[in-house]
Ligand binder design. Structure first.
Ligand SMILES: Nc1ncnc2c1ncn2[C@@H]1O[C@H](COP(=O)(O)OP(=O)(O)OP(=O)(O)O)[C@@H](O)[C@H]1O
Length: 239
């Protein structure tokens, strides 16, 4: 099932002499179960692509579809609802609410959607357990968690409910390399469990967790590759 489809998407920032073609005619499809990495030099359009995929920004031309819905066809309220129910974000700096516990942070999207506190806490604790955190850790505040634990909470929050699309912008940027690998392993596992993931990264080793890597240059998709398939082919050659 296709979760995200970018259909000939372009985004021009600014106008006239200052116009920047941040994304040009991008075609991208991500299915449930897939993790796709985006790589490219600074200013190549990675954040622009991620923002368009998450409905935080609108294309100048082309269409963005999430679970079959054209985002531009929705009014503001409908778009906010779809984003809350279908899309989760994971940022480099976790973006947890400091005055809420880990479980309250994870439960936030459900409560915003009108679920009772008791029911959303139950689901939040289950979501935290899926990312390897127990009840005790769930009752801690963000400043009482390690960076890796905080990012786990962010992943739990991104995928709570039945949200299918997780958009991760340099999620390991603030973590040491071992913790970063653990967070990516977790993102990979959540995609294996049925989510669709889009991961912006500068690190080729981290991109190795993805099914495909999309390379951007000057706003254009210049190459896509399948690192895992290549690794399998190499191993087959050895046997
Ligand atoms: N709001 C904006 N107004 C004007 N230009 C913008 C805006 N946002 C991005 N740009 C420009 O669009 C181009 C793509 O930017 P974008 O942030 O998507 O790149 P990036 O690949 O994410 O870069 P980085 O790796 O540095 O985060 C750049 O030339 C940038 O300067």
């Amino acid at each position: 099932m296709t979760v995200l489809h970018l259909n000939g998407v372009s985004r021009v920032h600014g106008s006239g002499e200052n116009a920047v073609n941040a994304l040009v005619d991008a075609e991208l499809t991500i299915a449930a179960g897939e993790l796709v990495a985006i790589m490219g030099p600074s200013g190549s359009g990675k954040s622009t692509l991620l923002n368009l995929a998450g409905g935080l920004d609108a294309p100048t031309s082309g269409q963005v579809l999430v679970e079959g819905t054209v985002l531009a066809s929705l009014n503001k309220k409908q778009l906010a609802g779809l984003r809350r129910r279908s899309i989760g974000y994971v940022f480099q700096d976790y973006n947890l609410v400091p005055s809420l516990t880990a479980a309250e942070n994870a439960a936030l999207p459900l409560e915003l959607d009108g679920m009772s506190a008791g029911k959303s806490r139950k689901l939040a604790l289950a979501a935290l357990e899926e990312v390897g955190l127990d009840v005790k850790q769930g009752d801690r505040f963000p400043d009482e968690l390690s960076g890796g634990q905080a990012q786990r909470v962010a992943i739990a929050r991104a995928l709570i409910g039945d949200r299918r699309l997780v958009l991760a912008d340099e999620p390991t940027g603030a973590l040491d390399s071992t913790t970063g690998e653990e967070v990516l392993k977790l993102l990979r596992a959540r995609c294996d469990a049925g989510a669709a993931g889009l991961l912006v990264t500068h690190d080729a080793r981290h991109a190795g967790w993805a099914d495909r890597i999309v390379f951007l240059r000057d706003g254009r998709i210049v190459d896509t590759s399948a690192p895992l398939a290549d690794a399998d082919a190499l191993l087959e050659g050895v046997e």
